[in-house]
Design a protein around this ligand. Structure first.
Ligand code: COA
Length: 236
């Protein structure tokens, strides 16, 4: 187990656990967390012993309440604050991780928190989870991929509603709209994520990675090219 400042990294039975660890500020995403996330995702990508990743949040109130507003507000301008966050392409890195990623979501899942969740492959929510995109209310737009990943996950109309209104939606609505895969009681959240991860770890890992590659790359290309990609992967 390595405890960094903003994250905890653990590895057990070929499953990597990444815990957002700033519970006093509802795991708000700051520059420290960005740098540590970059470091950990790079290590995971190259670690053949990691066959599945689980993201989770420390504390009872939130998975992550979005960008750290104190950092935002102390930057000389929102543009500079935003530029600082672009210095490392954490989101590009996130989406290029070849292993399956599961996220266990509880409490507030807002802004960057929701964007982290949207970079994951399977989202499990506890019954108390609340989801929202508050960026427009702060005079900015989501820039951790949210305008793209949200619309691709819940469709254009629901994405626009969440982005334009900033309304928090509950776990049941999130499940109905496809934002999360499954809703479970809070005390079953980690066990549910774990049991899915253990199933994945039991499979042939080359095949698992090929499924991820086929789905992720396939969504960006026309169906005929996607079918060709699948044929090529099946022959490897
Ligand atoms: N950045 C920095 N600190 C944050 C934070 C954020 N995004 N969200 C919460 N915190 C801090 C609060 O300032 C508070 O700190 P304090 O105890 O030192 O006063 C602590 O976390 C607990 O939050 P609090 O607001 O007291 O909890 P709550 O249950 O009353 O409200 C929220 C929860 C999520 C509704 C509220 O904290 C909130 O609106 N946060 C900001 C959400 C946001 O706009 N994120 C940015 C997205 S781009």
């Amino acid at each position: 187990m390595s405890t960094l400042d903003a994250l905890i990294y653990e590895k057990q039975d070929s499953i990597a656990y990444v815990t957002l660890n700033r519970p006093k500020v509802l795991n708000a995403y700051n520059i420290q967390m960005r740098d540590e996330l970059y470091q950990i995702l790079s290590a995971i990508k190259d670690d053949l012993d990691v066959m599945c990743v689980i993201f989770k949040g420390q504390g009872e109130k939130a998975f992550c309440a979005g960008a750290d507003l104190t950092e935002f507000l102390t930057a000389p301008s929102p543009t500079i604050a935003r530029r600082v966050r672009f210095e490392r392409d954490v989101w590009g890195l996130f989406l290029s991780v070849p292993q399956p990623i599961i996220v266990a979501l509880h409490g507030y899942v807002l802004g960057d928190g929701l964007e982290i969740a949207l970079c994951c492959d399977i989202r499990i929510a506890s019954e108390n989870a609340k989801f929202g995109m508050p960026e427009l209310g702060l005079g900015i737009i989501p820039a951790a991929g949210g305008t793209q990943t949200l619309a691709r996950t819940v469709g254009k109309a629901k994405a626009f509603e969440m982005l334009y209104t900033g309304r928090h939606i509950n776990a049941e609505e999130a499940c109905r709209t496809g934002l999360v895969n499954r809703v479970v009681p809070r005390d079953r959240l980690l066990a549910t994520a774990d049991s899915i991860a253990r199933r994945i770890v039991s499979y042939d890992q080359k095949a698992v990675r090929m499924v991820k590659e086929a789905v992720v790359r396939g969504l960006d290309i026309p169906l005929t090219a996607g079918l060709e990609l699948e044929r090529r992967l099946a022959k490897v």
